[in-house]
Design a protein around this ligand. Structure first.
Ligand code: SOE
Length: 385
């Protein structure tokens, strides 16, 4: 079987989720290309060596520029905070490497467009890992909408609610620094909701939004300590939060549907509540990531007296990806979405066909996210050309 060498840059939460997929994909999926876990790259040599040993990366590197220059590397997996996505992706594309990039795509819309242009010019496969598209229940919703089961879509109601930043003692990690994260709840989690809305309902043409930073100063932590959902050790100094903790948006889609989005890390009781409802002329679907194997479906065509939301367990072999895993109702988890993305990514490289979402999707998503932040700042509705 053809083999391609992978190098991963970044080794925290996403580095772990991606490594698990690279390592196990051939155990569950018949892939046209076997990924070889060649290099793991990160700034802290001791930590990245421990990561490489645990996950089976053959070598380590502490300078990402050296990794993207190697001619024995075929795929670059970008699992760093957003500020490094642009420089790494541009360098990787220019050296002809396929790119598997974490969301949000970049710090700005301009960076996202440039990443798309350079990757296209280089003829490499570029994938933006909005992993939730590849929940089988979400793919089922897409299939039902495309088959017309919901009819004309009138409403998207989505929210992504977390609560991990509610503690004022949670230190000022990179997620709250605009120069590293680009934005807060907008890029961190609303980017997922916008990607799902674009995937399931269509393009967005105007945005009105309000944003809020509830805690404006936090304890500064040592160096790179702390991470997603993990506070660092306070140095006793305080630092300014330069991104939003929450954003709410109202949008109009190009197809005339209306949409509402709420994204916050201050929703007590919600840990990773990525949720949406879609209402059409003939039916509706509801998805809740915290019950990720299920899709609720209402059909207006059910018999009189028999109408109601039913729960579909999207774990039959007829549902996308499931046949690679277990028999019906044995359920799959958060980590399996990454296997689905790696499977489709390797097939895209083999077939030469694009994979969605790619960097152009990232550019279109960034336009919506930037419009939201712009609207929140100017208190005006922003039309997206
Ligand atoms: C933090 O909000 C986070 O880890 C996001 O960065 C991920 O994209 C999301 O899937 C889970 O929460």
């Amino acid at each position: 079987m053809k083999e391609l060498n992978v190098a991963i840059i970044g080794y925290k939460f996403m580095g772990k989720a991606h490594s698990n997929a690279w390592q196990n994909i051939t155990n569950f999926f018949d892939v046209p290309i076997k990924p070889v876990m060649k290099v793991a790259c990160g700034r802290n040599e001791e930590d990245v060596q421990e990561f490489a040993d645990r996950w089976g990366w053959e070598e380590i590197e502490t300078d990402w520029k050296k990794v993207v220059e190697r001619d024995d590397i075929d795929i670059i997996d970008i699992s760093t905070p957003p500020a490094l996505h642009y420089p790494i992706a541009i360098a990787a594309a220019k050296t002809g490497k396929h790119i598997f990039c974490e969301k949000p795509i970049s710090l700005t819309t301009d960076e996202a467009l440039k990443m798309y242009e350079v990757a296209e010019e280089a003829g490499v496969v570029h994938y933006l890992n909005h992993n939730y598209r590849r929940c089988p229940a979400v793919m089922l919703a897409k299939q039902m909408i495309d088959e017309g089961k919901l009819g004309k879509i009138y409403h998207w109601r989505g929210c992504y609610l977390q609560s991990w930043l509610m503690d004022p003692e949670f230190t000022l990690t990179w997620h709250m620094k605009k120069e590293i994260a680009g934005s807060g709840a907008s890029g961190g989690i609303n980017s997922h909701s916008v990607d799902l809305a674009r995937f399931l309902v269509g393009e967005i043409k105007s945005v009105s939004a309000m944003a809020k930073t509830f805690i404006k100063e936090r304890p500064i932590s040592e160096g790179t300590a702390g991470g997603t959902f993990a506070s660092g050790e306070s140095t006793g100094e305080m630092g300014k939060v330069t991104v939003e903790d929450a954003i709410s948006m109202v949008v109009e889609f190009e197809n005339g549907a209306l949409g509402s989005f709420e994204a916050t890390t201050f929703a007590i009781g919600r840990e990773n509540y990525n949720y949406f409802e879609i209402y059409g002329s003939k039916g509706a679907v509801i998805f809740n990531l915290e019950r990720m194997n299920e899709l609720q479906y209402y059909s207006g065509e059910d018999g009189e007296g028999e109408k109601g939301f039913r729960t579909i367990l999207a774990t039959d072999s007829s549902h996308p990806y499931i046949s690679a895993w277990w028999p019906p109702a044995h359920n799959i988890g958060y980590e399996h979405e990454f296997h689905h993305a790696v499977f489709d990514f390797l097939n895209a490289i083999d077939s030469g066909e694009p994979i969605a979402p790619n960097f152009y999707d990232g550019y279109l998503g960034m336009k919506v996210l930037e419009a939201g932040l712009n609207s929140a700042e100017t208190k005006k509705q922003i039309d997206i050309s």
